[in-house]
Design a protein around this ligand. Structure first.
Ligand code: GUN
Length: 295
């Protein structure tokens, strides 16, 4: 049976570290990290996420503001709101919750955020810095995956990492992070996606398999090499009449069969999920530290 990688515990450790460092930043520099959330529309999942993120900010001693804007908000109004936060010295991080309503151009919005305040790491400037291996604000979920591995004593150096999924939020950035010639990375990376036809042909070659396809339990135990490490990024809600409320969360990996062949595996929920918020706090602290005036 695979060892369970406990994302809740590791995320709690990081949150505690951020809280301590925040106290230090306040004492030594008089700076309180500030994070602005912008939520456009009424996507229920987004409302829950933004609520959780705001609560996490309060717990570590950050200042945070949440701007809720109606579904009918124009692109121009949203861009003006971002410009206001870009110019606000009390705000060090800006997060526009995705997805945005269809009439708003996501690319324009992400490019409007000051790269120094881009705590999601989605601005093309920061994406470029990540690709060329410079220090930058990195997307939270992929950065959290690297932390999960390292804090579980799993060094990805020299390992064959297979990433299933090529999204801009997870697949592409985690591939770039682990590809870097740097401590905690230096992996051989393969990205596989829907264009491959036979997913298992590639996933079976993984020493470390990162599943980020967004399809419930698509990866079964027989698609995993014996002893591999499995990181499941999937958060899929499926119908289950036996569950409370009639639905439950499952990953992209079929946990039951996968945990019999893997050496270590992240559960859903309680694996990668909690790391995203922990790394958002870490990024915001980093952004605030970088923006703090020097004497
Ligand atoms: N929607 C789903 N994941 C994310 C994320 O990491 N950041 C933002 N801003 N929106 C998201």
């Amino acid at each position: 049976m695979a060892r369970i990688i406990d994302g809740r515990r590791i995320a709690a450790d990081i949150r505690k570290e951020v809280k301590e460092a925040t106290g230090e930043l306040k004492r030594t520099q008089g700076v309180t990290p500030g994070l602005a959330f912008i939520l456009v529309g009424e996507n229920p999942a987004s409302q829950v996420y933004v609520g959780m993120k705001g609560k996490a900010c309060a717990e570590v001693g950050f200042h945070s503001v949440t701007e809720v804007m109606p579904d009918s908000t124009s692109e121009e109004t949203l861009l003006k709101k971002i410009a206001g936060f870009n110019a606000d010295p009390a705000i060090h991080g800006i997060l526009v919750q995705l997805p945005l309503p269809g009439h708003i151009d996501e690319r324009k919005v992400l490019e409007a955020i000051d790269p120094a305040k881009d705590v999601d790491g989605f601005h093309p400037y920061n994406v470029g810095l990540l690709v060329i291996g410079n220090k930058t604000l990195r997307p939270c979920t992929p950065a959290g995956i690297q932390e999960l591995l390292l804090r579980s004593g799993i060094d990805p150096a020299g390992k064959h990492v297979v990433v299933a999924g090529r999204s801009n939020i997870v697949g592409k950035p985690i591939a770039n992070i682990l590809l870097q010639k740097a401590a905690g990375a230096n992996s051989v990376v393969t990205i596989v996606h829907t264009g491959a036809g036979d997913l298992g042909r590639y996933t079976r070659m993984a020493d470390i398999l990162i599943a980020a396809v967004g399809k419930p339990e698509i990866i079964k135990g027989d698609m995993i090499k014996s002893g591999a490490v499995v990181i499941d990024v999937g958060t899929n809600r499926i119908e289950d009449p036996a569950a409370k409320g009639g639905t439950r969360l499952v990953g992209d990996v079929e946990f039951e069969s996968a945990s019999k062949v893997a050496s270590a595996i992240t559960p859903v929920p309680g694996g990668v999920g909690p790391m995203t918020i922990a790394m958002l706090l870490k990024n915001t602290l980093e952004a605030a530290t970088a923006q703090a005036p020097r004497f």
